[in-house]
Design a protein around this ligand. Structure first.
Ligand SMILES: [Zn+2]
Ligand SMILES: [Zn+2]
Length: 302
């Protein structure tokens, strides 16, 4: 049995699901955002400006910036009251219609998240570490598709870019939910214009680089997330997980609670590790390269 992203037909497309432009609090315009990702070799992005009244509820139309080799998925980062610590919700919706209706009176975060899901979006919980999202908060959005396990901007600018703790807590509670890595680039300063970009992305397996197919693949979990390393295959044969990847120092498999297995070395490009300790539950794979960068698979159910 191969993990879904690897057995699904098609090829991998590289994309960033979370970024901002001058249509909200980003430093450069939508066309320039698309140009920078396109020139960097990305296959797609979703421009996800803050969907709030102050910015006139933008779901930015990026159709004009698509090329034969580069596409865009309409999206937004939505906000509503309120998480446990009193902060406003951040809800990332990739695949929103351009005419998505502004917040309704008294709309809570969970209600708004469900409205995004009902509108067809792939919905993630961004930067949980950065703003202190709790397990109870995350459980109040039961149909969200993924947690950001890495938010590049929160890492670069605040040292709080993680989210794997929340993913694993949800998995330990029996929730089926996936991981994403994203930039959340804001392009704050001309002098360090790309510092908060190109640090975390998804590799989505689809037959064509089309928005609808990419969103469908994201919802199915047919992708992995990365800061650098590639994961080329994950396959379960009997009681062993077989992993192939770009050169790594650690190939890790983590399961419920503290259960784990790993192979450490230099220039590793494959590992075969026993999965009996995961007791027919689930595990997920991480790969760490020599420069400390990680890649994350989605959970694999055994
Ligand atoms: Zn945010
Ligand atoms: Zn954001």
């Amino acid at each position: 049995m191969s993990a879904d992203a690897f057995s699904a037909p098609g090829r991998f497309f590289k994309g960033n699901l979370h970024t901002h432009s001058t249509r909200s609090d980003g430093g450069i315009g939508p066309e320039e955002v698309c140009k920078r990702y396109r020139e960097r070799g990305y296959d797609f992005i979703s421009l996800t400006d803050h969907f709030v009244a102050a910015y006139e509820y933008p779901v930015v139309d990026t159709l004009a910036y698509r090329t034969n080799a580069f596409t865009t998925i309409s999206g937004a980062e939505c906000h509503a009251p309120g998480i446990e610590n009193g902060d406003v919700w951040h809800i990332l919706a990739v695949g929103l219609p351009l005419d998505f209706e502004p917040n309704r009176p008294d709309e809570t975060g969970p209600k708004l998240a469900q409205r995004c899901i009902d509108a067809g979006a792939f919905v993630t919980m961004p930067h949980p570490e950065w703003y202190g999202l709790t397990l109870a908060d995350a459980q109040s959005i039961p149909n969200a598709h993924a947690v950001e396990v890495y938010n590049h901007t929160s890492h670069v600018r605040q040292g709080r870019g993680g989210g794997a703790y929340l993913l694993d807590a949800l998995l330990n509670e029996g929730r089926r939910i996936n991981a994403v890595a994203a930039d959340d680039a804001h392009w704050f300063l001309a002098s360090d214009e790309n510092r908060d970009a190109f640090g975390g992305w998804v590799m989505v397996k689809a037959e064509r680089n089309e928005p609808e197919e990419l969103v469908a693949a994201l919802k199915k979990g047919n992708y992995y997330s990365s800061q650098g390393p590639t994961i080329d295959n994950i396959e379960i044969i009997g009681d062993t997980i077989h992993i192939e990847c770009s050169q790594a120092e650690e190939i890790m498999v983590v399961g419920p609670a503290s259960k784990n297995a790993y192979l450490a070395g230099t220039g590793l490009t494959s590992a075969q590790l026993p999965i009996t300790k995961f007791a027919s539950q689930r595990c997920r794979v991480m790969v760490r390269s020599a420069d400390g960068k990680l890649a994350w698979s989605n959970p694999i159910y055994l």
